[in-house]
Design a protein around this ligand. Structure first.
Ligand SMILES: [Zn+2]
Length: 227
């Protein structure tokens, strides 16, 4: 549940849903195009979309990590989950929000000139979720693949060298379960960056959970428990 933290770091559910309306409306339109009467009927009411959904996680809003304003971007409707790692191992007492800002500043700088931080959501080693670029905007990448419709989720850490902290993995499962209902994306679509492009991302240890289906099964179990 969303709870006021007194830091101003968390958005209210109302603010977030306002941001997501565009995505949901385009999803509903798509459903109509596909001739799914049921999805179309359900898609227009947030209440209906949310029915039976997993518990909403706390998400640190962009203002909570002092994000730069995004530049104009290309729209998308998210239809699949793609998992990344930051490839940087941080100390337990590191400034995670500061690290996030560095990723954004680097990506929007001369080297890449991206419109925003490349990921839609980021999880720190403690399992805290941060709001990245708007889910209704196409991601951006160092590697070459058809990036449209991917919901890009990044875990802070270097999982080529280190195991995924239990807390972070559990938060990822809960977050994906919520996302699955929120964006109407099936857990079967969970893949890793390296499934689409030549890269080590998201690191061997995290990739193992994706490849083996352990992550998908955990998300499905979490959704089943909520319903
Ligand atoms: Zn990646």
């Amino acid at each position: 549940m969303i709870s006021p933290t007194g830091t101003g770091g968390f958005k209210s559910a109302t603010d977030r849903w306002r941001g997501l309306t565009r995505v949901l409306v385009s999803k509903a339109r798509k459903s109509i195009k596909r001739g799914s009467a049921l999805a179309a009927a359900a898609g227009w009411g947030l209440g209906a979309v949310m029915a039976g959904a997993a518990e909403e996680p706390e998400i640190v809003s962009r203002s909570g990590w002092d994000a730069l304003e995004a530049r104009p971007y290309a729209d998308q409707v998210p239809e699949r989950f793609t998992i990344h790692h930051s490839a940087v191992q941080l100390d337990p007492d590191a400034d995670y929000a500061g690290h996030l800002r560095n990723i954004q500043v680097w990506g929007m700088g001369a080297a890449r000139n991206w419109s925003d931080i490349p990921y839609h959501f980021i999880l720190d080693p403690e399992g805290v979720v941060y709001e990245g670029r708007h889910p209704g905007t196409k991601g951006e990448s160092n590697t070459d693949y058809e990036i449209e419709a991917h919901l890009q989720i990044n875990l802070m850490g270097d999982f080529n060298e280190h195991p995924v902290p239990e807390k972070q993995f559990e938060a990822l499962v809960a977050f994906l379960a919520w996302c699955s209902g929120e964006f109407e994306i099936a857990p079967e679509t969970i893949r890793a960056h390296r499934d689409f492009a030549p890269t080590a991302c998201p690191g061997e240890h995290l990739y193992e959970y994706v490849k083996s289906g352990v992550l998908r099964e955990a998300v499905e179990a979490s959704i089943a428990k909520e319903n």
